[in-house]
Design a protein around this ligand. Structure first.
Ligand code: TYM
Length: 340
């Protein structure tokens, strides 16, 4: 058996949909914590392509984006030797368990999901059944691996709560089958806001690319986006700035990138003009993203390495997932293959 699978560390699991451009919000809200926590856990990190097709995707773009996102996980510092990195559709058990869990999820619960309501407004020409039952697939992603902790941004809290309810419902109906996972939502950076529409969260699939920072934006684009980021009409930083939309968001991004408390950032820049602070924020971003992009370019230049990481990850994941799946099928009364 593979060394990683013998590991008795608790399980940390998370995933990102390959839509749009991997954005600073995704890094700060999720990936940064994957990298920081990967030593204490066995990390399972997925590119969730099956979730992405709930919205229409161009096939060639989707294919490229899956590889690009996986390469960005690696460039961010996820270690493929100690963790399991894979593309969701390479592990068929996700679809199998999602179907079972659909039968343990109530319409009333799905009707309450705010992400479904938002997405149905944005894609009102394509409100499909997959978009609606998406939380059951997400629950399957998590419960398949007997996950302990799920590091996500604040917008995923509701899906995590539903996952816990489904797990408890199944366990109570039969007998303990799934570990009931805990969410990990960071204290700082759980909800990075859009740069222009400052009341909306930063989204990687926003149509207006000035709303988000892509992890692959070149330095001149990064500087331009920060310079144009919307702030209020005050001009200098004060103790109140942290609570202001716009400037407060930029201050919290600076805090996370420089591993400072938001109040420390305010003390450092108090009395200074927004423009000077924005210049320093852009410098911090460039200093962080340039080496990230160099690592990314190297990984993308070595497709056989990337393929081998993803193949190995999927192999490990299938092995782990198959154990849970046979337990589930046995509990619900399916006849095991080869027996009658
Ligand atoms: P997705 O692809 O929308 O986002 C990926 C991760 O990034 C976080 N995030 C943010 N954090 C802070 N500020 C923001 N503006 C921001 N925008 C996004 C998200 O909270 C998420 O952690 N359903 C999930 C993907 C998923 C998943 C899973 C996650 C599928 N299966 C199993 C965890 C475990 C989603 O759509 O994330």
């Amino acid at each position: 058996m593979n060394e990683v699978l013998k590991d008795k560390k608790p399980i940390l699991l998370s995933g990102i949909q390959p839509s749009g451009h991997l954005a600073l919000g995704n890094y700060v809200g999720a990936m940064r914590n994957w990298v920081q926590m990967q030593h204490d856990y066995l990390g399972i990190f997925m590119v969730v392509d099956m979730h992405a097709i709930t919205v229409r995707q161009k096939p060639a773009d989707l294919r490229n984006r899956c590889l690009s996102f996986a390469a960005q996980y690696l460039a961010a510092g996820v270690n493929p030797d100690d963790n399991v990195i894979f593309i969701q559709s390479h592990v068929p058990q996700h679809a199998e368990l999602a179907w079972v869990l659909n039968c343990y999820t109530y319409l009333g619960e799905l009707n309450r999901m705010t992400q479904f309501k938002d997405k149905s407004k944005r894609h009102d020409d394509n409100i499909n059944a997959g978009l609606y039952s998406y939380p059951a697939l997400m629950a399957a992603d998590i419960l398949l691996y007997q996950t302990d902790l799920v590091p996500v941004g604040a917008d995923q809290k509701q899906h995590l709560e539903l996952t816990r309810d489904i797990a408890n419902r199944f366990n109570n109906t039969y007998s303990p089958t799934f570990k009931v996972p805990e969410p990990f939502i960071p204290k700082a950076g759980a909800r990075i806001m859009s740069l222009q529409d400052i009341d909306k969260k930063m989204s990687k699939s926003d149509k207006n690319e000035n709303n988000y920072i892509s992890l692959l934006d070149p330095p001149d684009v990064l500087r331009r986006k920060i310079k144009r980021a919307v702030t209020d009409s005050a001009r200098e930083i004060t103790a109140e700035s942290l609570t202001q939309p716009g400037i407060g968001n930029l201050l919290s991004i600076f805090a996370v990138l420089n591993e400072l408390q938001p109040t420390e950032v305010v003390s450092r820049f108090e009395g200074q003009q927004y423009s000077g602070f924005k210049g320093e924020l852009a410098d911090s971003l460039v200093a962080f993203l340039e080496p990230f992009q160099d690592r990314y370019d190297k990984i993308m230049g070595d497709k056989s390495y990337l393929t081998s990481v993803l193949d190995e990850g999927a192999k490990r994941a299938r092995y782990m997932a198959s154990k849970t799946m046979s337990k589930v099928y046995r509990k619900i009364g399916f006849v095991p293959v080869g027996r009658s």
